[in-house]
Design a binder for this molecule. Structure first.
Ligand code: HEC
Ligand code: HEC
Length: 460
């Protein structure tokens, strides 16, 4: 280890220690009739082999080939014109990351935010002169930023403002654009964050029928109403069917998400999103769209990157949970009894898909795929489709055992905190969180019961 690396390593560990200290208030002691019992703690990221990242069983050999090829594309990074070895072209002018796999990689390709945060290296790659925004840390989550309002605070905005530009990169000579002023936005209270959601089991989520989502929404109504739980669908303005991807269930399909992410996160224009988000002259190095269907002389076509990404995600299996123990079985029971399950629906069965391997499969998604009012505490003041500023899709909990960061902005890396963050009283702008009663019940559990619940969550 060089002196510099060592110094960095120590700095990294010191930050982690400070981080752990900051979480201490969430580890408290509770007096029970039997005496003082240590409070429940998050067992932490489950070690051992990752139970995620492989293809769903039952794919045909050809489908499996596409899965493998799509996985390689998903992992590839982009440079401005593709001149950097082992990269594709089309990066920028603005971007949050250089390829899908940078942000979606924990615990395997397709997942979420890894450690260390790859955005720091991405912002400096090829001598780019980006300043690392204050909310990006080497030991923090991958983040993207949205401004709820326009910078003059007069109109709703809500869109993603990319962290980085290609300015200074050796493969972008002459391009000069500035990064957004994130400090000013933060000082004006106009900056919110989103972290990556995993794409495991994406094809299963696509294959759940609208009918089943609505039937589940209308089940157990009395119990839900007693606890203050409602929930509603987000829908596509174009065909009125239920949208299900993203923190606010704002996006219809894997292909739509791939097209949007390619342009928004990486800056690669494509056949779904063909126009650059920043058209400053001097920063345009390719014709648009940069990613496209390749036609050959036989009159056939090779799919564009976005189709290849979507195919990979569609064929990705759901994460495999750890085997049950006595504690996790009790935890599963408690999850049902106190009502977590009334939003985090344990499973759906997929409908009839044109892909046999996706047909009639039990998808243990632990989400009703509906929007819920989560109160001012979690509200981000961004509306997407039907979702208002405090509404979020019940986060799917499959794969939770191997996640590092939680909640839409990555504010928690501890499950106890993630649960408590569900709770918040209403204010003039937003009503109280629909999860209040359930979280109150969680707080009332005996420490051992809480521990069983946490062990169950880390088994997922
Ligand atoms: C800079 C980091 C970053 C990069 C690069 C990135 N993503 Fe994401 N991804 C995110 C974030 C953040 C979200 C959550 C967005 C939201 O809902 O607001 C997300 C969500 C998704 C989802 C939704 C999954 C679900 O069920 O909610 C899909 C699908 C997805 N990304 C696909 C891709 C693909 C394909 C690429 C490459 C073209 C890509 N992403 C590149 C950060 C990234
Ligand atoms: C009213 C519906 C509702 C109830 C009840 C509920 N949740 Fe959630 N849960 C959500 C929503 C919505 C989110 C996403 C919120 C956000 O990111 O802002 C979420 C997020 C989470 C997360 C973070 C997952 C991630 O991807 O970051 C965990 C863990 C979680 N819930 C566990 C629980 C547990 C355990 C209970 C029971 C004590 C529970 N939830 C009760 C709706 C609910």
């Amino acid at each position: 280890m060089s002196a510099e690396t060592k110094k960095r390593f120590h700095r990294f560990n010191r930050r982690r220690l400070l981080f752990v200290l900051a979480l201490l208030p969430f580890t408290f002691f509770v007096t029970t009739p039997g005496g003082t019992q240590a409070a429940a703690t998050d067992p932490g990221v489950r070690g051992a082999a990752s139970g995620a990242g492989g293809p769903i069983t039952g794919l045909t050999p050809i489908q499996l080939m596409f899965f493998t090829a799509g996985q390689a594309d998903f992992e590839q990074t982009q440079s401005v014109t593709g001149s950097v070895p082992n990269t594709g072209g089309g990066l920028g002018p603005r971007f949050n990351g250089e390829g899908c796999g940078q942000c979606h990689s924990q615990p395997a390709i397709g997942g979420t935010s890894p450690l260390p945060n790859p955005q720091i290296a991405a912002g400096h790659d090829q001598q780019a002169t980006n300043r690392i925004p204050f909310f990006i840390a080497i030991d923090g989550p991958v983040r993207e930023a949205r401004f709820p309002m326009t910078t003059d605070l007069r109109h709703p905005d809500g869109s993603v403002h990319d962290l980085f530009t290609i300015t200074g990169r050796t493969d972008a000579p002459g391009c000069k654009i500035a990064q957004p002023d994130f400090r000013a936005a933060a000082e004006a209270g106009n900056l919110i964050f989103r972290i990556p959601t995993p794409v495991f089991g994406g094809g299963l989520i696509e294959s759940i029928s609208d009918r089943d989502i609505v039937a589940n929404m209308n089940s157990d109504l009395e119990r839900k109403r007693d606890l203050g739980i409602f929930g509603r669908t987000n829908t596509s303005g174009n065909d009125a069917t239920i949208t299900r991807f993203g923190w606010k269930a704002q996006n219809k399909s894997l292909e739509m998400f791939a097209g949007e992410a390619y342009n928004v996160e990486v800056g690669v224009t494509n056949e779904l999103f063909p126009n650059e988000r920043d058209e400053t002259p001097g920063c345009q190095f390719n014709g648009t769209p940069e990613d496209l269907t390749n036609f050959d002389q036989q009159g056939t076509a090779l799919p564009a990157d976005i189709i290849r990404f979507a195919t990979f995600m569609r064929f990705l299996d759901q994460p495999k949970p750890a085997p049950d123990t006595d504690s996790t079985s009790r935890g599963r029971q408690i999850f049902q009894e106190i009502g977590c399950v009334l939003c985090h629906t344990a499973s759906f069965t997929t409908g009839r898909s044109s892909v046999a391997a996706l047909t009639h499969i039990q998808a243990n998604v632990f989400s009703d795929l509906l929007l819920h009012h989560m109160g001012p505490g979690l509200a981000d003041n961004v509306s997407q489709g039907a979702a208002g500023g405090d509404e979020f899709r019940t986060a799917p909990l499959w794969g939770l055992g191997q996640r590092i960061f939680f909640l839409h902005d990555g504010r928690a890396s501890n499950l106890v905190r993630a649960i408590h963050e569900h709770e918040s009283e209403g204010n003039i702008q937003y009503r109280a969180s629909e999860a209040n009663v359930v979280v109150h019940r969680f707080s009332k559990l005996r420490p051992q019961e809480q521990q069983d619940l946490l062990n169950f969550l880390r088994s997922l």
